[in-house]
Design a protein. Structure first.
Length: 303
């Protein structure tokens, strides 16, 4: 089934070329079905890339989904023009006038900055608090996951000496949980960060359930016991070449960085990259939408 988005959003052309079913507003209006309403709080600087990555995964389920892209009002983007944001994004204040079944908080390139020093921190906390009461399940990704764990549970990120960059295999600790249903015992997760969430901090919190971890990178996937929030510290939405682009970008900046782990064929950056996590990514988003959003949200919000 399709995702419903604005027909002139740049991501539409890419998704249609990949045979992802995208529905325009006009066609969706003729269907006697209530789509799931998903808001994406996109904190990444490469807005268009992140939009496409997430919509590719959200569009590969049997559900009709209506997407709202959300921008922060207390932050001026240096990489995405105001005209683009005004056309395709709603300001965060508009969230509170609507109802959403699910919400996604993306990562952000501010992981080494204390949370309170991020210029939109107060605004983000307000959104997270609202979502916690008004959205059936929110998915927090990478820095977004760390922000959510810090805000709701007081678990702080830990800065590491060497950047985690590559594809790290996490252990599936709760294979019977609906979110990781169908996952292998160990599954690959693209990771790119200078911080970690310690596994022991999740385990000792009585309001959280640890679903997957890695001995080196820490907690990979956890959730609140009430199933209202999912926290994922990796980037399953990444394209095949995303880590390569980040690696070559850092080298160009003169940053002394190691090659991404378990990523380049034969560990050779000159060889093409092969995705090992695509099926895991599709399964996670399908499970999230089905078991944590669709099965939980009512057809009529006012009942």
């Amino acid at each position: 089934m399709p995702i419903k988005i604005q027909s002139d959003l740049p991501a539409v052309q890419t998704l249609e070329k990949e045979n992802i079913f995208v529905m325009t507003e006009k066609r969706a209006a003729t269907q006697d079905i209530r789509p799931l309403k998903i808001a994406i709080v996109n904190l990444m600087p490469t807005k268009e890339v992140t939009e496409t990555q997430l919509m590719r995964l959200l569009g590969n389920t049997p559900l009709q989904i209506e997407i709202s892209l959300v921008r922060m009002e207390s932050h001026v983007s240096k990489t995405t023009g105001k005209a683009y944001l005004d056309k395709f994004y709603i300001p965060s204040s508009d969230l509170y006038k609507q109802k959403f079944d699910g919400m996604i908080f993306t990562g952000a390139p501010v992981e080494q900055i204390p949370f309170e020093n991020v210029d939109y921190w107060d605004e983000l906390c307000k959104i997270m608090d609202w979502a916690n009461e008004n959205v059936f399940c929110s998915l927090y990704i990478c820095w977004g996951a760390m922000a959510g764990l810090y805000h709701f549970h007081g678990i702080n990120k830990q800065i590491v000496d060497k950047k985690f960059s590559g594809v790290y295999y996490s252990k599936n600790l709760k294979p019977k949980d609906p979110l990781v249903r169908g996952f292998d015992d160990f599954f690959p997760v693209p990771t790119s960060r200078w911080t970690t969430i310690r596994t022991e901090d999740i385990k000792k919190n009585k309001n959280l359930v640890l679903l997957a971890d890695n001995e080196e990178t820490g907690a990979t996937l956890c959730k609140s016991k009430d199933n209202r929030a999912i926290f994922m510290t990796g980037h399953l939405e990444y394209d095949t070449d995303t880590l390569a682009k980040e690696y070559f970008r850092d080298l160009k900046k003169g940053i002394n960085i190691e090659k991404p782990l378990n990523y380049f064929q034969n560990n050779d950056p000159e060889l093409p990259v092969i995705s090992t996590w695509r099926s895991t990514a599709h399964l996670l988003y399908s499970n999230w939408l089905n078991y944590y959003v669709y099965q939980a949200t009512p057809f009529d919000w006012d009942v």
